[in-house]
Design a protein around this ligand. Structure first.
Ligand code: CP
Ligand code: NVA
Length: 293
């Protein structure tokens, strides 16, 4: 039994399949979950549209009570410590969903909060996003063996995608990026992940999905040099024309249109970004239910 959901790598293939199955059963109404007014705190130390709204609406649909906590209004802003604050969360809440730019906060929180903690994005991972994207891809292709091309930055979303490839053993990832941005340490654990600095028409013609994300994540400072390097990996019509008829385009959103992706691609018939965003709610309802908070 897992208490928390912090990284995809904490789970095995069977766990992930059970979460997907739970989500699917709730969505097709063959499983009815009642959270019975469990109180779920949501803390966003960074902006969020999709994660915030998909969790809040999903928790309502399961008859739980979402409580958005604005840390500026807590006595944290008057020097009450993070640990003392978490001890109070432990008295009042049944689960915490946290978005933070410091992944270490999860382990501190875990020491003082006895119940479930869910990672709603950190500097090093975005497991809810990638589990949801896995669900969307299975829904689209009706199979778990997948070929994904990632374009652009080495970031939290990509780290979770690589974790997913490692755990499932059935997802091949080709990363197209500048060599200077590659985190080789992280790749030591990866068996089915390949780095490409040159665009390959052959790889693109065989891929199920072209995926990208912003050049500058929330935890990053803007770097013009990095942007210049990544512009060569922009997902545009020139890239997409080498893909096959079934290939889809995915982006976790928000997008910086004109940087990592063009308007033409993100609004094209290959783009499934809205389906992706909708499935955040589907998968997170399954996740909360599976975690048995
Ligand atoms: N994809 C995603 O997590 O979106 P938000 O930052 O809007 O929550
Ligand atoms: N990599 C992006 C994802 C946003 C959902 C960021 O961290 O800003």
């Amino acid at each position: 039994m897992h208490k928390n959901f912090l990284n995809i790598s904490d789970f095995n293939k069977k766990d992930l399949e059970e979460i997907l199955e739970t989500a699917n059963r709730i969505e097709n109404k063959s499983l009815d979950i009642d959270l019975n007014k469990k109180k779920i705190g949501l803390i966003f130390e960074k902006p969020s549209t999709r994660t915030r709204l998909s969790f809040i609406s999903g928790i309502h649909e399961l008859s739980g009570i979402p409580i958005e906590i604005d840390t500026k209004n807590l006595n944290l802003s008057r020097n009450e410590s993070f640990i003392d604050t978490v001890k109070m969360f432990n008295l009042y809440l049944d689960c915490i969903i946290l978005r933070t730019n410091d992944h270490n906060k999860f382990s501190i929180m875990n020491s003082y909060f006895d119940k479930t903690i869910i990672n709603a994005l950190s500097d090093v991972s975005h497991p809810c996003q990638i589990l949801s994207d896995y669900y969307t891809l299975i829904e689209t292709f009706d199979r778990k063996e997948l070929d994904i091309c990632w374009f652009g930055d080495f970031n939290n979303v990509l780290y979770s995608l690589i974790d997913l490839s490692n755990v499932t053993g059935s997802i091949k990832i080709n990363i197209f990026t500048d060599e200077s941005l590659v985190n080789r340490n992280f790749l030591k654990k990866a068996n089915n992940v390949h780095i490409n600095n040159e665009i390959s028409k052959d790889i693109l013609s065989k891929t199920d999905c072209v995926m990208t994300d912003v050049f500058t994540s929330m935890n990053d400072n803007f770097d013009q040099n990095k942007k210049n390097k990544l512009m060569q990996y922009q997902v545009n019509s020139e890239i997409m024309k080498h893909t096959n008829n079934q290939t889809v385009f995915m982006h976790c959103l928000p997008a910086n249109i004109g940087e990592e992706v063009t308007e033409e691609v993100i609004t094209s018939s290959k783009s499934i970004v809205l389906k992706q965003a909708y499935n955040r709610k589907v998968i997170q309802k399954g996740l909360i239910s599976w975690l048995n908070i």
